[in-house]
Design a protein around this ligand. Structure first.
Ligand SMILES: O=C([O-])C(=O)C[C@H](O)[C@@H](O)C(=O)[O-]
Ligand SMILES: [Mg+2]
Length: 429
């Protein structure tokens, strides 16, 4: 290879992406969600792509990082992680993002969430320079397609009246019949074989009924329920008992490792998490107390694709399963998740992805879910191409926003429809 891999330019483009009125225990998704698109351009004109959360505090860290990177090499990924980004821990520690849906915030998690987009962009550029897919840079794929589960949400038919939003084609889903209908549509469209219901929205008995209805409609298909920590230990054990015969796993029924450990000790239903194990520092207690049996890795907040593989290795050493978590994201992140998931040998559960809910993307060609799977691209890098017109349009939306949508706040979005709504005190039930 005789190429100049010096970074000549780093472009950061914050965007607002249309999102459906999907309900969770904190509130409802905003009509538009912030994301950040990172482009790393080498002296030879290769562009590597990355994507991460686009809320203000992520942007604030990404800007100095972009400057620091300019003039270095896209091969120099380890030094990125050694860099002190100067995150002001006092502004971050113990706080929560998106109402706590991503676990407790920490300075390190914020740092890694920003770095992840730069790591992915460097790997994309490296792959393009070498003519190799990202999975080859990670040691090679062990599967040709990665399985995803259908991500079911209770949802309104539309965002609250008067709130500007894109048209919604899915309709309401507020009861078991609505959830089953949504699951059927997602299955017909994308062929999903397993189903995850985002719970913590209605009292547990209603959500138990919805999972029972799914079990009847899709006999033998793996089912999961994830209330994002909205239940007490007692409620979690009750739900585990009632649904134990149909659940593949119960995801974050309750908040924090000690409470998860108590639930785990009282049920045979495996527990999964993307909330109590979100950083290296949280692993030891959770694994030694057998609080979780599956970790749902999010390559954004674990710091990228190489850290995802390291997490998978630690999980394997402890006999803990690993799969992938997802927030609202676009195709660059889906491609990145698929590339790394393809390299993890012990991936025994279908990964999560919100992507089927996104009616917009910044790619010239969106990745397809076929038979519930995304084919692992063997094209150089991530195998995706940026649609510059679409990127510019979604950036204009961000630039024209008065600031109210630039930080995701599901409770504020809920208040537009239910003015009395307050962020719920946990456990809700
Ligand atoms: O698995 C999860 O906990 C999530 O996907 C968290 C997300 O933030 C989800 O609840 C959402 O976006 O409403
Ligand atoms: Mg979860």
């Amino acid at each position: 290879m005789n190429r100049d891999l010096t970074i000549a330019e780093v472009r950061l483009t914050p965007i607002l992406v249309a999102d459906a009125p999907l309900l969770n225990t904190q509130g409802v998704h905003q009509p538009y969600t912030p994301r950040l698109i990172v482009e790393i351009v080498t002296a030879d004109g290769i562009t590597g792509l990355g994507e991460t959360y686009g809320d203000t505090k992520y942007l604030e860290l990404a800007r100095p990082l972009a400057e620091w990177l300019t003039g270095r090499s896209v091969m120099d990924v380890n030094s990125l992680f050694a860099l002190d980004l100067g995150v002001d821990a006092s502004r971050i520690e113990g706080q929560v993002d998106a109402g706590g849906l991503r676990g407790v915030q920490s300075a390190d998690k914020l740092r890694l969430s920003v770095l992840s987009a730069f790591e992915v962009a460097c790997l994309d550029a490296q792959g393009k320079a070498l003519g190799l897919p990202v999975h080859a840079l990670l040691g090679g794929k062990v599967r040709d397609a990665v399985e995803y589960s259908a991500y079911l949400f209770y949802k309104w038919a539309a965002h609250p009246a008067g709130v500007p939003a894109e048209p919604d084609e899915w309709g309401a889903a507020l009861d078991p019949a609505g959830i089953v209908a949504q699951a059927r549509r997602l299955q017909e469209r994308h062929g999903f074989g397993s189903f995850k219901l985002k719970g913590g929205v209605f009292p547990p008995d209603e959500e138990i009924a919805a999972v029972r209805a799914l079990a009847e409609a899709f006999p033998g298909h793996p089912l999961r329920l994830d209330p994002n920590g909205a239940w007490s230990v007692e409620t979690s054990l009750k739900v585990a008992k009632e649904l134990g015969d149909v659940l593949e796993y119960l995801e974050d029924p309750t908040l924090g490792t000690p409470a998860m450990a108590e639930v785990s000790a009282g049920t045979d239903v495996p527990l999964a998490t993307n909330m109590c194990v979100t950083t290296v520092g949280e692993i030891k207690e959770a694994f030694t107390r057998d609080a979780v049996q599956v970790v749902l890795c999010d390559h954004h907040y674990w710091g990228g694709l190489r850290n995802t593989r390291e997490l998978a290795a630690i999980c394997a050493a402890f006999g803990v399963g690993v799969s992938m978590h997802s927030n609202t994201h676009l195709g660059i992140s889906l491609a990145a998740m698929t590339q790394v998931a393809a390299t993890v040998p012990g991936l025994h559960h279908a990964c999560d992805s919100h992507n089927p809910w996104q009616c917009e993307d910044v790619l010239t060609e969106r990745l397809a879910f076929t038979g519930g799977r995304v084919a692992v691209s063997d094209a150089p890098g991530l195998g995706v191409e940026l649609d510059r017109d679409e990127l510019a349009r979604l950036h204009r939306r961000w630039a024209e926003d008065d600031g109210s949508l630039r930080d995701r706040d599901d409770a504020a979005a809920m208040r537009a429809g239910e003015p009395g709504w307050r962020q719920p005190v946990m456990p809700r039930w």
